[in-house]
Design a protein around this ligand. Structure first.
Ligand SMILES: [Mg+2]
Length: 127
């Protein structure tokens, strides 16, 4: 089963996202800061990182850049999970290097399906 690392500095978000994804059978790990997320991605090699944007210290954008700039993690899908939904935000974040954009608050009914589609996208990219 796919392994997902969730990076978010909000514990309620972490619990909610983890519960939803674990119920769907995903293997889930969490990190509460960008720095810790990068560290865990290096050692755990997840299939997908769901990355919050606004975090103290290393924010989501910087953490994504570190992951994409490191040969040991550059292959890992990194999706931004953000409440930032102004016009143009999605395009801007994808242009920055995120592989996908997911919006907060999540839609409980479709979140796991969205995650599944991202993972399938990665399988196609590898082949
Ligand atoms: Mg945050």
């Amino acid at each position: 089963m796919a392994h997902i690392l969730i990076v978010d500095d909000n514990e309620l978000n972490l619990e909610l996202f983890r519960d939803v994804l674990e119920l769907e059978g995903f293997e889930v790990d969490i990190a509460t800061s960008g720095k810790n997320g990068v560290k865990k991605a290096r050692t755990m090699q997840p299939d997908l990182v769901l990355m919050d944007m606004r975090m103290d210290g290393m924010d989501g954008l910087e953490a994504m850049r570190v992951l994409k700039g490191d040969a040991s993690t550059s292959h890992i899908l990194v999706a931004v999970l953000t409440a930032s939904a102004m016009k143009g935000d999605k395009e801007r974040l994808l242009a920055e290097g995120f592989d996908a954009y997911l919006q907060k608050p999540i839609d409980l009914a479709s979140f796991a399906d969205e995650v599944r589609s991202l993972l399938e996208m990665n399988v196609k990219r590898d082949n």
